[in-house]
Design a protein around this ligand. Structure first.
Ligand SMILES: *Cc1c(COP(=O)(O)O)cnc(C)c1O
Length: 460
């Protein structure tokens, strides 16, 4: 079924040249990089889909904002512009800038969590899980079952399993659950959305047991667009109205602004109304990030962030943005290539296990496909599977992931329809020679977060 590409709601004012190496050169480069895509130089990549984080193209309005950014140490004009934008869009009383998403987690989580406590989420992003654990608490995922099957086309595969959540809270003891976190969209499940109704149900459970609710808000705008498309109640609502409704059910949000807010660096903590907590957040921000009115960012970054908050919720932009994913996904449907479906908001998560049934999880099918995409067309992606998951910390044994995905994460406002055709053609070409693709073994790995640094070799 052909899906039309949604034309860009912008025109291009500045360009950055990229070059494509020959296939022989790419084979050489990936070998030199020990078959780890993170070891490649950016300039040896033709289409860089490693992440959608901080890789976005800013608009002329954001760039002109950079020139008028106020660099005052305290009380700068750009800070107040950001606070006003945040209050307007989210309806929260306090808006605290920080330098990126994990900084928001580092500032907020120790105030709510600690040894003996638990935090429960639909699915924790890896740095979010890390900051729960750094506080001394433990992190538990509680996503709906259908999220785990890439072939089930459910509208809200990012949702929390509410029944299981309440059961978990009772098992652990409500006094031991310090925080519930809703990740919108659910990054780790493939950028899958959460419905407003699910948010209401989770909020009701949290209120019943007196547990605060935090939104991990990196992709709040893409989530709102899916709500408009898929949740009957909101089909005539504006994106801004949906965002406000969604956030009204939480107490705080922690946000990486490097995603939907379309900047290259930045983060935000939002506090709905808790004055006492805000005082403590200011204290931690000053210790970890810098004075409260800049939070680890330059005045010009705050200015771009304030503008990006509005550009990110523009419906024409979101229609084009989600349209890019749907365009690529439709081409994969035609070619019989499986992916986490329906396609999510920020990328296409190709099911490498389905493409390479002959490669077992401990020979890393997701990584094998990532290497092939680079060799085939100079496309850089990453494994979201057993290779990324790593080893059991107790036994040292390779863990088996629920999924073996290769993620094509799409930077915002960066690539065109022709680039998407190249992505689809590359995947189709690889599928045709799939049975000849080999698995990988690790020849060296560091003790933690190995996927960034490990060395691999193909198994002959
Ligand atoms: C990126 C991300 C974070 C962490 O943000 P950084 O800006 O990379 O520190 C947290 N949660 C989610 C869902 C993310 O996608």
């Amino acid at each position: 079924m052909a899906i039309k590409y949604v034309a860009e709601p912008f025109r291009i004012k500045m360009v950055e040249s990229i070059k494509m190496l020959t296939r022989e050169e790419r084979i050489e480069k990936i070998k030199e990089a020990k078959y780890n895509l993170f070891n490649l130089k950016g300039e040896d990549v033709y289409i860089d889909l490693l992440t959608d984080s901080g890789t976005n193209a800013m608009s002329d309005k954001q760039w002109s904002g950079m020139m008028v950014g106020d660099e005052a140490y305290a009380g700068g004009r750009s800070y107040f512009k950001l606070v006003e934008a945040g209050q307007d869009i989210f309806g929260y009383k306090y808006i605290q800038p920080v330098h990126q998403g994990r900084a928001a987690e580092k500032v907020l989580f120790p105030l709510l969590l600690g040894k003996g406590k638990y935090a429960i989420s639909n699915m924790f992003f890896d740095t979010t899980r890390a900051h729960v654990e750094l506080s001394g608490a433990r992190a538990i995922d509680c996503v709906v079952e259908e999220a785990k099957d890439p072939t089930i086309r459910a509208p809200f595969k990012g949702n929390m399993d509410v029944e299981k959540l309440e059961k978990l809270i009772n098992e652990l003891g409500p006094e031991n659950v310090g925080l519930v976190v809703m990740t919108i969209t659910n990054n780790s499940a493939g950028g899958q959305p959460v419905s407003v109704q699910n948010m209401r149900d989770v909020s009701a459970v949290c209120k019943k047991y007196g547990i605060p609710l935090d939104i991990d808000a990196a992709r709040y705008a893409e989530n709102a667009f899916f709500v408009k498309q898929r949740e009957e109640e909101f089909k005539d609502a504006s994106i801004k109205e949906i965002v406000k409704e969604m956030f009204s059910y939480a107490d705080y949000f922690t946000m990486s602004a490097k995603k939907d807010t379309i900047v290259n660096m930045g983060g935000i903590i939002g506090i709905k109304e808790d004055d006492e907590l805000y005082q403590k957040i200011k204290g931690n921000t000053i210790s970890f990030e810098g004075f409260t009115s800049y939070g680890g960012l330059s005045g010009r970054d705050l200015e771009a962030l304030a503008v990006g908050l509005y550009e990110g919720i523009d419906e024409d932009f979101l229609r084009y943005r989600i349209g890019q994913m749907e365009y690529l996904a439709a081409k994969l449907d035609d070619a019989g290539i499986a992916y986490q479906s329906p396609v999510g908001g920020h990328g296409v998560f190709v099911d490498a296990k389905a493409m390479f049934p002959h490669i077992p999880y401990n020979e890393f099918p997701g990584q094998a496909l990532a290497v092939e995409l680079y060799i085939e067309a100079g496309i850089r992606t990453c494994d979201i599977g057993s290779y990324m998951l790593g080893n059991d910390p107790d036994t040292g044994e390779q863990l088996k992931a629920d999924f073996e995905f290769t993620r094509l994460a799409i930077p915002r406002r960066v690539y065109t329809q022709a680039h998407f055709d190249i992505m689809a053609d590359a995947l189709i070409a690889i599928k045709e020679r799939a049975s000849q693709v080999k698995g990988y073994r690790i020849t060296w790995e560091p003790p933690v977060l190995r996927h960034f640094q490990a060395h691999l070799e193909p198994i002959e």
